[in-house]
Design a protein around this ligand. Structure first.
Ligand code: FAD
Length: 690
């Protein structure tokens, strides 16, 4: 048989791995699997690595570093794509870097023949993502101090910037805007425009694509780069581990790290290390036709996890078996899905995004976001590996033509395997290197849920309130089904005695890797939020939370009920709740009545039903009807909260509040808007929207 490129790469990887084993491994007296990836230990990944970016650039021979500030993985993904494109089109020596992994006081020492890119997501109310907090505080701080003492401090620094934001939020793309301003104030040179992607308008991907081409042109001029014909070069080598089977104890079958593999998961539990939590209770709050709403209670008492009312819990999903099968089949991986492989980064700065050795099945099921929207650029990359000329041409067209792509792929919510099935007319795409899939399909992300319990009442049991995602789309036979919420629905069915649950025909490996999630467990971690009740319980609160937006307010109300039971005095507590019909989806109706018994006149629920009468009534209408009372409460320093749909409801509530203030206080619209802005700045107006 001929040796193809991949074989050579794999051979090289084996040799490299072996060399590493015989040198470093021996020298340091460490016996470790030469193929084991750095992810194998939850927190050890960063141990012993330099935090000095200059040192890193020098030792790895790089001239372009792409820093990312990412919360949900999109910014990280864009950073990787820039790295790949810079390398394949312009021969740049690129590396991707987590902002959290480096210090910045020597940014001034980066020579001007190098370029630094920043891909920065804005999170929540204009905040940096968790991994970018330190960088953001440093660079936008009063007078950041740098190692070289140059004047201007960053006069040597060439940078490129792209931001990921959402225009439904007040502080749209404030991260990239503020960082760009700060860098420029320090004398750094921006190359091209600072790009801004808008998730609110649903144009993130297209904004990114439209921004990057002129940016490359500007960079080419600045650095004198020559464009060459882009050839695909894999970043990862795949090594068959013939000595191992899926039953070998060292093989990862979906365990997130070494502790989980060894069966002794330990805290701290966080975004790298989930707690496998028992679900103590689960039921449906309503279920009509295709709409289901779940209430689940997650018991964290055997862990050191803590939460406060208003925090978020992250649920780590697994992909539905049917979509895993579809992916395996169309890519010609089915017959080797349980083969054991190691994945080795062929680039010193690339990170394998999951622990190995593992199986194809485990990677696709537990680590790849195989159901999510497909990137147009990725389809263009895959054209080279199409099973025939017709499919190749179609992939190139989809990759190159934004409107065509939108009408064929986006509107039907097709995932990657469905696109390949359609374009290839059922043929197998067995030429696609597995590395290209690791690079092109994002990492499976945990989903966040607003905690709907009160930590005062139940500190060790966290509840969530989630609506099961399902959408009928014109021109698509089966409805689109959300990954995590249908997995949760399956868990609920299992808890209620269904041995092999398959809600809507979707089945999940519900007992987890090595059956360790059996007995109804789900991997979770907690994320602390700023969405909080006033520390003084006597302050009034106004809460606007239609649909599942009521989730954190259930927690708030239960908290105040508990405070009263403990003998405390609480302020007026008003909830504006909206749904379709009183008889259909009015969730927690009974609980509100119980709260009323304890809280008395302190608690009021104002309802808006959109389908109960001839006129559609929404929460913002009810808010307006109560204008006088709302204004009076705000004058008494009431806190105002909005939770739920970011795209429409939250925005309208913001507008209506401005109108209420203008009318009640006899001030101009502009002045009223100003008041609302100030309320936000002072945390008197808080949003938890998605
Ligand atoms: P996914 O599979 O992630 O799909 C979600 C959406 O992504 C789809 O509806 C669709 O619009 C889009 N999409 C996915 N795949 C494609 C595709 N191939 N093509 C095109 N579009 C696609 N939800 C609650 O129910 N309750 C809560 O309390 C709650 N709190 C939240 C708090 C925060 C801070 C955040 C960020 C979100 C919250 N959410 C909440 C939303 C929740 O995190 C999930 O997004 C939601 O449950 C859907 O998850 P899923 O995995 O089932 O759907």
């Amino acid at each position: 048989a001929e040796l193809d490129t991949l074989d050579i790469i794999v051979l090289a990887a084996i040799l490299l791995g072996t060399a590493a084993y015989f040198t470093k491994g021996k020298l340091w007296g460490v016996t470790k699997d030469p193929y084991a990836s750095s992810l194998a230990t939850a927190n050890g990944a960063k141990a012993g690595k330099t935090r000095n970016i200059i040192e890193k650039l020098d030792e790895s021979g790089k001239n372009c570093i792409i820093f990312y500030g990412s919360q949900t993985g999109t910014a990280e993904d864009y950073a990787s794509r820039l790295a790949k494109e810079g390398k394949s089109r312009f021969g740049l020596e690129t590396m991707v870097a987590d902002l959290e992994d480096y210090d910045y006081d020597n940014l001034d020492a980066i020579p001007n023949d190098k370029v630094v890119m920043f891909v920065l997501a804005t999170y929540g109310e204009g905040e940096p993502t968790d991994n970018a907090v330190d960088f953001y505080e440093f660079i936008t701080g009063d007078s950041p101090s740098f190692s070289e003492g140059n004047e201007p401090a960053l006069g040597n620094l060439n940078f490129v910037a792209f931001g990921l934001g959402n225009n439904t939020y007040e502080h749209y793309n404030s991260m990239v805007r503020n960082v760009t301003k700060a860098l420029e104030n320090l004398g750094a040179h921006r190359i091209g425009e600072a790009g801004e992607g808008d998730d609110g308008a649903g144009t993130m991907e297209e904004d990114f694509l439209a921004w990057k081409d002129p940016m490359w042109t500007a960079l080419q001029e600045k650095m004198g780069l020559e464009e060459r014909e882009a050839v695909y070069e894999p970043i990862f080598g795949i090594v068959d581990r013939e000595g191992l089977t899926k039953d070998s104890p060292e093989v990862y079958l979906g365990e997130p790290n070494k502790m989980h593999l060894d069966g002794v998961p330990k805290g701290p539990f966080n975004a790298h290390n989930p707690y496998i939590a028992p679900i103590s209770k689960s039921y449906e709050l309503f279920n009509v036709k295709d709409r289901n709403c779940l209430h689940m209670e997650i018991d964290v008492s055997a862990s050191n996890l803590t939460y406060q009312t208003g925090d978020h819990i992250a649920i780590w999903p697994t992909n539905p078996g049917e979509e895993v099968d579809r992916f395996m089949n169309v890519l010609g991986l089915s017959n080797k899905r349980h083969n054991v492989i190691s994945v080795k980064a062929l680039e010193p700065t690339a990170k394998v995004p999951f622990p190995t050795p593992t199986t194809y099945d485990a990677i696709v099921r537990y680590h790849m976001e195989i159901c999510s929207p497909v990137s147009r650029q990725f389809l263009a990359t895959l054209a080279a590996f199409a099973p025939d000329e017709e499919a190749k041409a179609e992939m190139a067209k989809l990759g190159g033509d934004k409107d065509y792509f939108h009408s064929k792929v986006n509107v039907h919510h097709l995932n990657i395997a469905r696109v390949l099935q359609t374009v290839g007319k059922g043929k197998e795409w067995s030429n696609v290197p597995f590395s290209a899939l690791i690079e092109g399909v994002t990492k499976l992300q945990p989903r966040y849920y607003s905690i709907s319990s009160s930590s005062l009442e139940q500190p060790k049991v966290i509840s969530i309130t989630a609506v099961v995602e399902s959408q009928h789309l014109p021109g698509r036979e089966d409805p689109f089904r959300g990954v995590t919420t249908n997995y949760l629905l399956a868990l609920k069915e299992k808890q209620h005695g269904e041995p092999n649950p398959s809600p809507f025909g979707l089945s999940y490996e519900i007992t987890g890797p090595r059956n360790r999630y059996d007995g109804i467990h789900v991997p979770v971690h907690v994320r602390h939020s700023n969405f909080k009740l006033p520390s003084d319980p006597t302050k009034p609160v106004i809460m606007v939370g239609p649909g599942t937006g009521v989730a954190p307010f259930r927690g708030f109300i239960r908290e105040r009920k508990k405070q009263v039971e403990n003998g405390e005095t609480v302020g007026k507590t008003i909830l504006f709740f909206g749904c379709r019909k009183r008889s259909e989806d009015f969730i927690y109706d009974k609980e509100w009545k119980e709260a009323k018994k304890v809280l008395g006149e302190k608690f009021e629920i104002v309802t808006a039903f959109s389908r109960d009468g001839p006129k559609k009534v929404y929460v913002q209408h009810r808010l307006k009807e109560r204008a006088q009372e709302v204004n009076e409460l705000l004058e008494k320093k009431a806190y105002f909260y909005v939770c739920g749909d970011a795209a429409n409801m939250a925005r309208e509530v913001n507008t209506v509040l401005g109108q209420i203030l203008a009318e009640q206080r006899g001030i101009s619209d502009a002045k009223a808007e100003e008041v609302v802005k100030n309320m936000r700045a002072a945390n008197q107006y808080q949003e938890d929207v998605w």
